[in-house]
Write a protein that binds this ligand. Sequence first.
Ligand SMILES: Cc1cc2nc3c(=O)[nH]c(=O)nc-3n(C[C@H](O)[C@H](O)[C@H](O)COP(=O)(O)OP(=O)(O)OC[C@H]3O[C@@H](n4cnc5c(N)ncnc54)[C@H](O)[C@@H]3O)c2cc1C
Length: 390
Amino acid sequence: MAEKIDYEKISDDEFRLRFRTWLIANFPAHLKQNHHRPFRRLRGDDAVNWLNLLDKNGWRAPAWPREFGGMGLSFRKQLIYHEELEHAGVARVIDLGESQLGPTLIKCGSAEQRAEYLPKILSCEHVWCQGYSEPGAGSDLASLRTSAVRDRNDFVVNGQKIWTTQANDSTHIFMLVRTGQFPKKQLGISFLLIDLKTPGITIRPIVNLAGEDEFCEVFFDDVRVPAKNLVGELDQGWSVAKALLGYERVWIGSPVLAGKALALANTLVRELNLTDDQGVMDRLAQLSADLHDYRLLYAEICNGIADGGQPGVEVSMLKLYASELLQGLTEFNQEIAAEYGGIVGDVEIGATLVDLHWQFMMARPVTVFAGANEIQRDILAKAVLRMAED
Ligand SMILES: Cc1cc2nc3c(=O)[nH]c(=O)nc-3n(C[C@H](O)[C@H](O)[C@H](O)COP(=O)(O)OP(=O)(O)OC[C@H]3O[C@@H](n4cnc5c(N)ncnc54)[C@H](O)[C@@H]3O)c2cc1C
């Protein structure tokens, strides 16, 4: 294990250079994002091995305080950290233990929960998924019905979760469950930690439009969960879950995926000899200008947070803009490729190997997850009209 360096003691430029150099030397070339897989994600052993390597070399959990094993970076250095991952073409990992559960436990967990779970998140002994959505409780999450009833030292959990990303790759799930009925439905929800090996749990993968089994249904049938796995107060899980939403939307709003789709668009226009097609070039110019504007907006909001601000409702703008831009670009890529765009699987366009169907389909859900875009518009409208929040 490398000695933990305090990166806040070195300049931003020095930090950037060190991380860049390390990434170039250590991220496996065959797992990089490229035109073929512009939004590539790591799964299973590839993900665990990569996160382990980051951990062993002191590059894991940039936002966690150093006392809990993280890097303790300021927001500005976290931005550099993410920029360098993107710059190096490092495939993304959906690491909800690091990005969501760890910060939640640091903020709302007990000392015992932090001691038990945080080190295992860092080492990847535990891989976590998020069990919030249910059939009938997505945007209106507070309508969730999966119940947890106290029975001596346990909760007994019954119900179903859906769209649980990578539950089939995970060892544990953090969940919102109904523990009480109150006139305000956000009350009576609690935050529970559950080992997915507990008897009574069934995981059924769902194949998405791109052909990947990336999310699942998870069924709970009289599942006994130790009461000590409750995070925060009983019936107050809504506040526990909401504590982190602002930062989640900042990272989800990153312009990087749209940037990769635009790079592919430029390559396709060249390979398909479309540079004389005024209609195509006008659309490309518009999309490029939109991405340029968006990068400036993203930088402005991030710099505001780095200068000591808190993520406010404007982060909803990021989620909206980034997701719609990505869809616009992947649609453009598929359309200009004409007959190639309809092929499912790999196709060679000039010297470039692409899978246009995959990049198009992988961009479809971005307007739905992490708060559907209509809901983000609602949040923005309420802020502008100064209406009361739920
Ligand atoms: C790829 C992907 C991964 C996901 N991963 C997870 C996960 O790991 N864990 C998890 O818990 N969940 C996950 N989800 C679920 C996600 O959070 C929900 O899909 C999302 O909250 C929307 O809920 P819903 O699907 O039930 O749609 P609904 O809420 O039924 O919405 C359907 C449509 O109606 C619109 N709508 C709903 N309410 C309103 C309103 N009040 N005003 C205007 N329009 C409205 C929505 O915008 C949407 O267009 C994932 C979803 C996707 C697509």
